[in-house]
Structures are given as structure tokens and as C-alpha cells.
Design a protein around this ligand. Structure first.
Ligand code: HGY
Ligand code: MN
Ligand code: MN
Length: 412
């Protein structure tokens, strides 16, 4: 096994530079920029000797046939889309590390026993359709007609979006894997937290992936003239939104002192009419809550709305909560965790078990077989920001542990 770290790093630099130039680093799913990255990736998959296709759900898959095609496939990969003004490594590190592992096998003329699939899952990040993990949901069979009817602000439906990236939304059944349809899925990813860096540990073995509950909270007041409307007569939706945001922050902060800390974020807000000289008539906020406690995650937004409703009504405001998505906390498989630990030990790399506060495609893929994740440290734990940073050695460590993990899983 000889991972070519320089080639891996060159590819990371090349793909990360396929970004909206005005807001590095941005390669949003379902955009021409994303397709530009996909075209480059597909060419690299083919050049590496993989049988490459876009599946019906819009996932890019590079396959290496196994010596025993009757065995279930081993899947490795991640995602190539980013958040707006995100980092260079979230996602593409895992796709390109997986490509490197497969290409190394091809170059050494080694054929694994299991079929090997390198996957770039479509739209792992929350897309403009409001949904995340779109490609892996299809693989798990959880992408439904309601999801396909979701629209983004320009009116495109998710069904049209999947076709736009080369999928066939009427053939999603061909993407779904049976409940035990894969031998394993292993993803390399940056930690997006500070634990590994603080403890100077090169490899993290993920124990479980946080559950995420997202809902849309609409505060409705009345648009008015900002100059001619006296303060006591206003129904200012943004004032109500501010009360919700402050209360959510204080409740989540307080939870950190308990035994089941959760995190709550209002990361996206739409105000209308959104004009400097108009009293906001409506504020639409996306609330995201994450924790290891599924019930607490699901209950947070409803309790917030219930408790704040009187204060908002006193401001002549109404509040409505609508679900967007809910994913339960997902345990990584002991088999894969132990194999990652053996792989890292054989490479002389220290490891540490840790949970993932970030969501990943693995929560969906776990419905089709055992999943595991290999974390590498990132500078100051920063992610979902242009400051995201890792070193070539950290990228190489992740790929080397992935290669050895695949070898051990393949040996059975
Ligand atoms: O949002 C997340 O946790 C992941 O980075 N998509
Ligand atoms: Mn991300
Ligand atoms: Mn990611």
C-alpha cells in the first residue's frame, strides 16, 4: 500500500480551487460550479481506472470490480459540495482520499476481494431545497416524493435538480441498497472540532454521528413604513425573531451544564420586505438543533415557540413552526471502529474515540450496512469557514488509515 500523498494534495488543491471566485470556497450543489467540479472528478475517477457513472440519484460512483463479485461492496467516499464560503477540505478530503486508495490498488494491479465503490454523495450539505444528504438518502431509500417536490427560491424542484446533475429521479429504486446491502462504508473527514488538535492525536475514530433536527419558524407581523409608524403600533417580525434567537441561545447554553448538552443554531433567516425603510412584516428562520438525545433534539423548537408565544403575541406577532428534516443520532459500527483502530495502530498512529457533532452521509448509509468514520485534525477546529485548514501530512494520514482499513475489511 503506497498512498501518493503528493498526488492527493495536488487533487485537493485543484478541486478546492473550483469555487465561486467571489466567495471562496463555495461549490454549492445543483449549480454550474458544482457540475464543473463533478466533471473534473469524473475524469480523475476514469483516469484512475474506475468504472465511473452518475447514478439515478445524482451520486458520482467509481467502481473497482472485486475478485469475488458475489461479495457485498465496500463503499468509501464523502461529498464534493460545500456550504457558502466554506472550507477547502470538508467533503473533498474524503472523496479524494477514497480515490487515492482505489487508484493505488489499480496501480499495483491488486484486485480486492470485495467490489470497491468510491462515492461522491450528492448534496451532503443543506441545499437550497432545504434538504441535506440527498444522494445518501436515495441510497438508503429514504428520499421520497415529498422531498422531490421541494423547491428552491428560483422554483426548480429537487426532481429537476437531480436531473440537472445527471440523475434520473424516476429511477431512484435502482439506487436503493438493501438493509444489509453493503459490506461497510468508511469516510475520511476533518474533525470540524478541536479535540484531536488539542490532544495532538492524528486520527479520530468516530463513535456516533449527532442527530440533527431542522425546522422552519415563521414570525408574522405587519410590514409598515419605518418612518411614519409609531413604535407602539408596530408588529415588527424581526423583534420577535430576536427574542427567539436570544432565548434559544440561552437555553442551549444552559444545556451545556447538563448531562445531555445540545447545540441550537439559527444560521439562516429571511426577512421581508427586507428594506431599510420598512418595518419587517415577516421573518422566516431555520432552527437547527443537534445532540445525542433524539427526543430533546426534536422537542427544543416546539418548547421554544410555546414559551415565547405570549411575548410575541404581546407584540401583535404570530409564530408558526414547520418541520424540515429529522435525523436520529447514529452509532458507528463496532466492526468498522475496531478495524480503523487496527489500521491506525499498524501505521503507528495514535487514535482517540470521539463523537461527531457534524452530520454526515454515514447516518443514511448506516441503513444499508456498517459505517465508520476516520477523522483528522483541522486547525483550531475551524470548518464551514474559509479559515478551514489541514496539512498534507494530515490528509495523507487519513488516506493511509483508510487504505489499511479497506485492506483489513476486504481480508474479512
Ligand atoms: O452540517 C453538518 O454537520 C455537515 O457539515 N454537513
Ligand atoms: Mn459540512
Ligand atoms: Mn462534510
Amino acid at each position: 500500500m503506497a498512498i501518493d500523498q503528493d498526488r492527493l494534495w495536488r487533487r485537493i488543491e485543484t478541486l478546492s480551487r473550483i469555487t465561486d471566485p467571489e466567495r471562496p470556497w463555495t461549490r454549492r450543489s445543483f449549480t454550474p460550479r458544482f457540475l464543473e467540479g463533478r466533471a473534473w472528478l469524473a475524469a480523475e475517477f476514469r483516469a484512475a481506472g474506475l468504472e465511473t457513472e452518475i447514478d439515478a440519484a445524482g451520486n458520482l460512483i467509481g467502481r473497482l470490480a472485486g475478485a469475488d463479485p458475489a461479495l457485498k461492496p465496500i463503499l468509501i467516499g464523502s461529498h464534493s459540495d460545500t456550504v457558502p464560503s466554506g472550507g477547502r477540505y470538508d467533503g473533498i478530503l474524503g472523496v479524494l482520499a477514497a480515490l487515492e486508495v482505489a487508484q493505488d490498488l489499480v496501480e499495483r494491479g491488486e484486485r480486492p476481494r470485495h467490489p470497491l465503490e468510491v462515492v461522491d454523495f450528492l448534496a451532503e450539505e443543506p441545499s437550497e431545497f432545504g434538504l441535506s444528504c440527498i444522494g445518501s438518502r436515495a441510497l438508503a431509500g429514504t428520499l421520497n416524493a415529498e422531498h422531490l417536490a421541494l423547491t428552491r427560491p428560483d422554483g426548480m424542484t429537487l426532481r429537476e435538480g437531480i436531473a440537472y446533475v445527471g440523475g434520473h429521479p424516476d429511477e431512484l429504486a435502482s439506487v436503493k441498497r438493501p438493509a444489509d446491502g453493503i459490506a461497510a462504508y468508511v469516510e475520511v473527514h476533518i474533525e470540524q472540532g478541536r479535540v484531536l488538535e488539542n490532544e495532538r492525536i492524528p486520527i479520530g475514530i468516530v463513535t456516533d454521528i449527532a442527530g440533527i433536527h431542522r425546522e422552519r419558524i415563521t414570525v408574522t407581523g405587519r410590514a409598515d413604513h419605518a418612518g411614519a409608524t409609531p413604535m407602539p403600533l408596530r408588529a415588527d417580525a424581526l423583534v420577535g425573531a430576536a427574542k427567539l434567537i436570544q432565548a434559544a441561545y440561552e437555553r442551549a447554553l444552559a444545556s451545556a451544564r447538563g448531562n445531555q448538552p445540545l447545540v441550537a443554531t439559527f444560521g439562516h433567516i429571511e426577512v421581508s420586505p427586507n428594506a431599510a425603510n420598512a418595518v419587517p412584516g415577516e421573518a422566516v428562520l431555520t432552527l437547527e438543533v443537534r445532540s445525542g438525545d433524539e427526543a430533546a433534539t426534536a422537542a427544543f423548537g416546539a418548547a421554544l415557540a410555546r414559551d415565547l408565544r405570549p411575548a410575541l403575541e404581546a407584540l401583535r406577532l404570530t409564530i408558526a413552526v414547520a418541520p424540515i428534516s429529522h435525523v436520529a443520532p447514529t452509532a458507528c459500527a463496532p466492526l468498522v471502529r475496531q478495524t480503523i483502530a487496527r489500521a491506525a495502530a499498524s501505521l503507528g498512529l495514535a487514535t482517540r474515540d470521539l463523537p461527531s457533532g457534524a452530520g454526515h452521509d454515514g447516518v443514511q448509509v448506516a441503513r444499508t450496512g456498517p459505517v465508520g468514520m476516520i477523522f483528522v485534525p483541522c486547525l483550531d477546529g475551524r470548518s464551514h469557514a474559509p479559515e478551514e485548514s489541514i496539512t498534507p501530512e494530515q490528509a495523507g494520514d487519513g488516506a493511509r488509515v483508510l487504505a489499511e482499513t479497506v485492506r483489513l475489511l476486504d481480508a474479512g
